[in-house]
Ligand binder design. Structure first.
Ligand code: CMC
Length: 422
């Protein structure tokens, strides 16, 4: 079998044979024959925007691997900070490398006082924490102007560390402000997740010790959310990064993409949907409504997974562990019933719509006490490591600026008419 495709331009009879490499055909080969014919692919459903060695997804088989390691093994044996290192640098760290990495991340958790006092506290009291986070990330670029030196590997390393380290601090600061609670400074004697939980929940006690099982569950969720190849947010990171913007601006753009309800905002929508359904008795009617076109089943479906999302399987297990401590989320029964009804309905099975990562994650976050508005922020905290891994890879690939083409379908040329003549 020849691993190639042959394209014929029926206008001229000219043909070109293009090899299939790594499952793709090179558009620059196509260009040789059909330079002015563009691929019409508005949602990038059939376009590989880059080659990448970070994350592999096989959507039909329900497989997710970071740098070759199955997500199930990483969730069981690794930690979020180790996974972040793996994503960014390509290999699991040695003892020494890990020690340095954890030290560096731990000692960059503080944010400049002006970011909190003058910037975050300037928001309206009911500002959505995701809106605050997106803005704060962009604002960080003004605090670290050297970040513009993207060609310098040391400068790059420093910004990667800063961003991973400051995400929990910014996230917690956004939450504390929204509930009128004083800001809690990072405690560098705590691990990554325990520190975040301390900044979220500490009140008057000298030291907040999170329940280790809850801190571990959060760490597992962070591993699962750390990267997912070229989703909308990561594609945005690469798009903005390709213009050689500084990493804070690019991360802010990626976080803005994540905010949308079709993407990272879905975990928030799932809880709103389950609350609206209200009782398992209403599930059948709700599903009928979805099938009749009245909205979507939030937390269902995925562009790449056409089989069960492997992250959803792990999350379901983690949910059981968390509920043992926190007590069951009362919405769980509705979620389970909804999943059961949807997975036995031809509408969903024929379209290969299965629960995705967001279907159960919100139930865990809610049981742990996080307000709904924080759910997408919780997604963003670990996703930063994936974004930065892609940003670093993009710069090392010396990729061209991302600049797609359009198919113009607007008016033909016409003459301007003054306002009185229209
Ligand atoms: N509920 C009901 N129908 C659906 C759903 C859903 N959640 N998702 C897709 N469909 C239907 C859709 O109406 C279409 O039907 P038809 O062929 O009859 O027109 C078919 O399935 C294909 O849908 P699509 O919109 O072409 O699929 P897509 O790959 O463009 O969209 C998606 C993927 C995730 C945006 C979409 O499934 C969706 O909106 N899901 C709900 C939101 C959600 O859970 N998002 C989180 C995704 S995973 C985490 C993340 O990315 O952050």
């Amino acid at each position: 079998m020849t691993e190639s495709v042959t394209i014929t331009d029926n206008r001229t009879g000219e043909t070109i044979e293009i090899p299939i490499i790594n499952g793709g055909v090179d558009a620059t080969e196509w260009k040789k024959l059909l330079g002015n014919i563009w691929f019409a692919d508005s949602g990038y459903t059939q376009t590989a925007a880059t080659s990448s060695a970070i994350t592999e997804i096989d959507g039909d088989a329900g497989i997710l691997r970071y740098r070759g390691y199955p997500i199930e093994q990483l969730a069981e044996h690794s930690t979020y900070l180790e996974v972040a290192y793996l994503l960014v640098f390509g290999e699991l760290p040695t003892h020494d490398q890990f020690e340095d990495w954890v030290h560096d991340v731990t000692y960059h958790t503080f944010i400049h006082e002006n970011v909190r006092k003058r910037f975050l506290e300037g928001f309206h009291y009911d500002a959505h924490p995701m809106g605050m986070l997106v803005s704060a990330l962009a604002a960080l670029s003004t605090f670290y102007p050297e970040a513009k030196q993207i060609a310098d590997p040391d400068v790059r390393y420093k910004q990667i560390v800063r961003l991973i380290a400051k995400m929990p601090t910014l996230a917690a600061a956004c939450h504390r402000f929204s509930v009128g609670m004083p800001f809690v400074y990072p405690d560098n004697s705590l691990d990554f997740c325990s520190n975040f939980l301390s900044m979220m929940w500490k009140i008057a006690e000298p030291r907040y010790d999170a329940n280790p099982a809850l801190a571990h569950a959060l760490d597992v969720l962070f591993i699962l959310h750390a990267d997912h190849e070229l989703n909308c947010g990561t594609a945005t990171m690469r798009m903005v990064g390709s213009s050689h913007a500084d990493p804070y601006s690019a991360t802010a753009a990626a976080a803005a993409a994540l905010y949308g309800p079709r993407h990272g905002g879905a975990n928030e929508q799932v809880i709103r949907m389950l609350t609206e359904i209200g009782s398992i008795d209403n599930v059948d009617d709700f599903v009928k409504g979805v099938k009749a076109g009245k909205g979507r089943l939030q937390g269902f479906g995925h562009r790449v997974y056409k089989n069960y999302d492997p992250r959803a399987t792990i999350i379901k297990r983690t949910a059981d562990e968390v509920f043992e401590i926190t007590g069951k989320n009362p919405l769980l029964d509705i979620a389970l019933k909804l999943e059961e009804v949807a997975l036995s309905d031809e509408y969903f099975t024929s379209r290969k719509l299965y629960p995705n990562v967001d279907f159960y994650s919100g139930l865990i976050y809610q049981a742990m006490g996080f307000p709904i508005e924080m759910f997408t922020v919780l997604f963003a905290i670990p996703r930063v490591s994936g974004w930065l891994a892609h940003w670093k890879e993009l710069l090392e690939q010396d990729q061209k600026i991302a600049r797609p083409r359009q198919l113009y379908v607007g008016a033909e040329v016409r003459d301007y008419v003054g306002i009185d003549g229209r």
